[in-house]
Every structure is written in structure tokens, then in C-alpha cells.
Ligand binder design. Structure first.
Ligand code: HEC
Ligand code: HEC
Length: 426
């Protein structure tokens, strides 16, 4: 227990020291940074301004965050308002975000969208969320949620950049948003093996509020990306954004969060008792379903395998399973979901990926994923692939290779893993 609670502290000690050292332990409220500015994108100034205005219309400012909803009426109004350019719009712009439901934007002030706050996203609650975020999270995740807080640059893996709207450790299928419970878990327990601390000490109300605020940052960032792509691919320099299209983006993003709540991945079959046999079957599946291509036959994460980058632009490293630091949780159901869905934003594929598909009937797939879970937990507990599983993996490789592998040693550059290399067995 004790070591469990000390460990995250050690991990945060460095960034906290850093924060204190540079005098930013109390982070000032600042403005959100625009991606167009941070990444020095070549966007026409008009589009840049319109994006800024839309973002503050739908998601407010750090001092006054909001989660706006667009309903059908709002879209209609938006289209009408777009044609009613002029003075009025300029006035509304001058009033700023205080108006809440309306704001104008753009050099020519030609569009206006009315939208209500999304039900459940109370503004006072978001204010609390922002305060908690500023005090507890921004040092790593950055005011805008770009993962570039003052302490962020020193961490590996880096703090999540929420602005893509992509989260890794979800209980939902690949490509889906996390459920609220997923965010609750990561906040409560942290991400083992990374610097993401556990925030159990925060009162529940504050944890709930900061989750809402993270959802605002993620939605805001995703809208920004959508608008940048829209500008780059659909708009000529002199064009304005079509308010209807903008409203669709906002609605799609809100819907994707809403949908995730009903997308919980539930195994089709029950977790069978773990036996030597199920662990071995897991080892066979590990070899058959290309897991070893990335994780290596010794499950230590092949360092030579080039598996590409993650969507945050970093080289992806297949997890060293023998280290036992599962970032997404160690319960069998967590590992099941990780294997079933893969890991969003990274090359770790879903079990339905045609290249690595665990492609039998859904029930068989579910059984085999449980076997993989048993294998993975056995590797974690023993800090290595159990010897009889090494045999099983070796046999699969022998069968698969044509011509048959004579010397499979190159497959497991095992280092200290103690993996029996091919020569030993001949
Ligand atoms: C000491 C730095 C640090 C602090 C402080 C911190 N985080 Fe993190 N956080 C991280 C890192 C690093 C990751 C990435 C873990 C990974 O990639 O496996 C992360 C990931 C996350 C994720 C993404 C989980 C997923 O499934 O992708 C969420 C959500 C999150 N943090 C929320 C918060 C919130 C909310 C706070 C404040 C209450 C906070 N973090 C404070 C470092 C930090
Ligand atoms: C294309 C390469 C690739 C393949 C194939 C692959 N993985 Fe992964 N896997 C990764 C990468 C990369 C990560 C680390 C992702 C991250 O957290 O950034 C990972 C992480 C993991 C994790 C750690 C999850 C956690 O919570 O931290 C497990 C467990 C895992 N993989 C199991 C498997 C199994 C079982 C298979 C075969 C069905 C498999 N992987 C196939 C690339 C791959």
C-alpha cells in the first residue's frame, strides 16, 4: 500500500520542483493559445480570426469557459444571421463573450450563431473545473490542454495534448471517445508508469468539475482542428466559414462524447479460470496475432521494430510487458479492453484490424483475448515470458516461417529477459 502511494509522489516531485523553481506554482489565468499561432500555420488572417471567434463563442475563455450546444434552431439562425451582416454584429463582438448566446466574428462580421450551453455543463461548475485545472493540471497539460505546461517538456511520455480530442485509455471501441467513468478512473488512480499522478486526494466535486473542464478543452481543440482542415481544404482565401458547417462540427463532437457512454466494450464470454493451459493458449495467440511483431517474442517491446509514430508526433514504442507498467490499468478487464480496442492515437491495433485481426467468430475472439490477458498477466507477474510459453511461441514461429526458421535467435534479442534463444534448444 505504502509503496503504491509513494510512487506517484516520486514521479511528480520533479515537475513540482521545476514549477516551484521557476516561480510558476501559481499559474496566472491566461488566454488560450491558438494552434494556428503555436504551430505557425499559414492560414489567411481572416480565417485565423474567424476560428478564434468561433472557439470563444462555443468554448469561452479560461476566465469564462463554456460548453456550447448547437440545436437545429441555432443552425437556422446561424444561416440567417450570416446574411444579416453589419453593424449589429460588430456591436455584439464588442460585447464579447458576456452575451453568451451570441457573438459575432470575423473581419467583416458576417456571421452569428446562437447556441445554448450544453445541458449538464453548468457554468459555475466549469469555473470550478478551470480553477482545479489551473492549480493541479496546467503545469503539465498547459492552459490550452496542449500538453505543453512548464513541466510538460521534461516528461516521457509527455502529458496528453487533449486538443486532438483523442484519449488512449478508454473502455470504448477504437476511435471512440472515453466514457466519463474512464476519465474518472485515470484521475483517481493516475496512469501507472507515467508521471500522470493520482488525484484521489481531491474532493469528488472537484474531480467531477475538472473532468468537465478537460472535456471542454478536448472539444475546443478538436473543433479548432476541424476548422483548420476546413479552411485548408474547402475555403478560398476570401471565403467565410459557413456557419452551418461549423455548427455541424460542433454537433458531431458533442455527439461523439454522448455516444461513447453507450459504447462500453463488454466481453462476449466470461473470463475463464486462469490455468497453465489458458496462459499457453495466450502465448500461441501472441505469436499468431502479430503481437510479437511489435512487442517481440520476449514481450519486452522490440526495440528494433519501427512501428511508426503516434498522432502526437512521437515515435511509438511498443510496451515492455515484462515491466508490468500498464498505463491503462491492470485489472483483467482493462487489459481485455486494451487488446480488444487497441490504443487510440498509437499503432497498437484493435483486435478487428484486418492486418492483425483476431479473426474468428466474435465468441472465439473474445475467448482468445481472455487467453491473451492470461498470458500478459503471467508475463507481468514473472517479469518474463514463462519457459513453456517460450516453447509455444517458438513452435508457432517454426510453423509460420517458410522455409522453416532454423535459427530464430534474431527474433528474440532478449537481453536480460532470460529468453531461451534458438541455439540453446537445437
Ligand atoms: C506531473 C504531470 C501531470 C500532471 C500534474 C497531470 N497530468 Fe494528466 N497526464 C500526464 C501524462 C504524462 C499523461 C500521459 C500518459 C500516457 O501517455 O500514458 C497524462 C494523461 C492524462 C489524461 C489522458 C488519459 C488518456 O486516456 O489518454 C487525462 C484525461 C489527464 N492526464 C488528466 C489530468 C488532469 C485532469 C490533471 C489535473 C487534475 C492532470 N492530468 C495532471 C501528466 C500529468
Ligand atoms: C503495430 C504494433 C503493435 C501490435 C501489432 C501490437 N501492439 Fe500492443 N502496443 C503497441 C504500442 C506502440 C503500445 C504502447 C502504446 C502507448 O501507450 O503509447 C502497445 C501497448 C500494449 C499494451 C500495454 C497497455 C497499457 O495499458 O499500457 C499491451 C497489454 C499490449 N500492447 C498488448 C498487445 C497484444 C496482446 C497484441 C496482439 C494482439 C498487441 N499488443 C499488438 C504496439 C503494438
Amino acid at each position: 500500500m505504502l509503496s503504491g502511494s509513494l510512487l506517484p509522489l516520486q514521479r511528480v516531485a520533479l515537475p513540482i520542483l521545476f514549477l516551484l523553481a521557476c516561480g510558476c506554482s501559481r499559474l496566472p489565468d491566461s488566454t488560450y493559445t491558438l494552434r494556428a499561432d503555436a504551430d505557425r500555420l499559414e492560414l489567411p488572417e481572416k480565417h485565423r480570426r474567424q476560428i478564434a471567434a468561433y472557439l470563444s463563442l462555443f468554448h469561452g475563455t479560461p476566465a469564462n469557459p463554456r460548453m456550447a450546444e448547437v440545436n437545429e434552431d441555432a443552425v437556422e439562425q446561424a444561416v440567417e444571421a450570416r446574411d444579416a451582416a453589419g453593424e449589429e454584429a460588430a456591436d455584439a463582438e464588442a460585447e464579447g463573450t458576456a452575451a453568451g448566446s451570441t457573438q459575432s466574428a470575423g473581419e467583416s462580421g458576417v456571421f452569428r450563431i446562437a447556441g445554448g450551453d450544453r445541458p449538464g455543463f453548468d457554468r459555475m461548475h466549469l469555473q470550478l473545473g478551470r480553477q482545479v485545472y489551473t492549480a493541479q493540471c496546467a503545469g503539465c497539460h498547459g492552459t490550452t490542454g496542449d500538453g505543453k505546461g512548464p513541466a510538460g517538456g521534461h516528461l516521457n511520455p509527455p502529458p496528453r495534448d487533449y486538443r486532438n480530442g483523442v484519449f488512449k485509455f478508454t473502455s470504448t471501441p477504437r476511435g471512440s471517445k472515453p466514457r466519463r467513468d474512464d476519465l474518472r478512473r485515470i484521475l483517481k488512480y493516475g496512469a501507472k508508469g507515467t508521471s500522470m499522478p493520482a488525484f484521489r486526494f481531491l474532493p469528488e466535486e472537484e474531480r467531477e468539475a475538472v473532468i468537465d473542464y478537460v472535456m471542454v478543452l478536448a472539444s475546443r481543440g478538436q473543433l479548432e482542428l476541424d476548422l483548420i482542415r476546413e479552411a485548408e481544404t474547402e475555403l478560398d482565401e476570401e471565403d467565410d466559414f459557413d456557419p452551418e458547417v461549423v455548427a455541424e462540427y460542433v454537433t458531431d463532437i458533442a455527439d461523439s462524447w454522448g455516444r461513447a457512454e453507450d459504447e462500453l466494450v463488454r466481453p462476449l464470454t466470461v473470463n475463464p479460470p486462469r490455468t497453465e493451459e489458458t496462459i499457453q493458449q495466450g502465448a500461441v495467440a501472441f505469436a499468431e496475432f502479430s503481437c510479437i511483431k511489435c512487442h517481440g517474442p520476449d514481450a519486452r517491446g522490440s526495440k528494433s521494430a519501427d512501428v511508426g509514430q503516434d498522432i502526437w508526433g512521437r515515435t511509438a514504442y511498443p510496451a515492455n510487458l515484462a515491466m508490468g507498467m500498464l498505463h491503462g490499468g491492470r485489472r483483467p478487464i482493462d487489459i481485455y479492453r486494451r487488446i480488444y480496442s487497441g490504443i487510440n492515437g498509437t499503432p497498437m491495433p484493435s483486435s478487428k484490424d484486418p492486418n492483425t485481426a483476431i479473426a474468428e467468430t466474435p465468441e472465439e475472439r473474445s475467448d482468445r483475448i481472455w487467453h491473451l490477458v492470461h498470458f500478459v498477466t503471467a508475463v507481468i507477474e514473472g517479469n518474463r515470458v514463462p519457459p513453456d510459453c517460450q516453447e509455444a511461441i517458438y513452435d508457432v514461429l517454426q510453423k509460420q516461417a517458410s522455409p522453416p526458421v532454423k535459427d530464430a535467435a534474431f527474433l528474440w534479442d532478449s537481453g536480460p529477459a532470460g529468453f531461451v534463444v534458438a541455439e540453446d534448444r537445437q
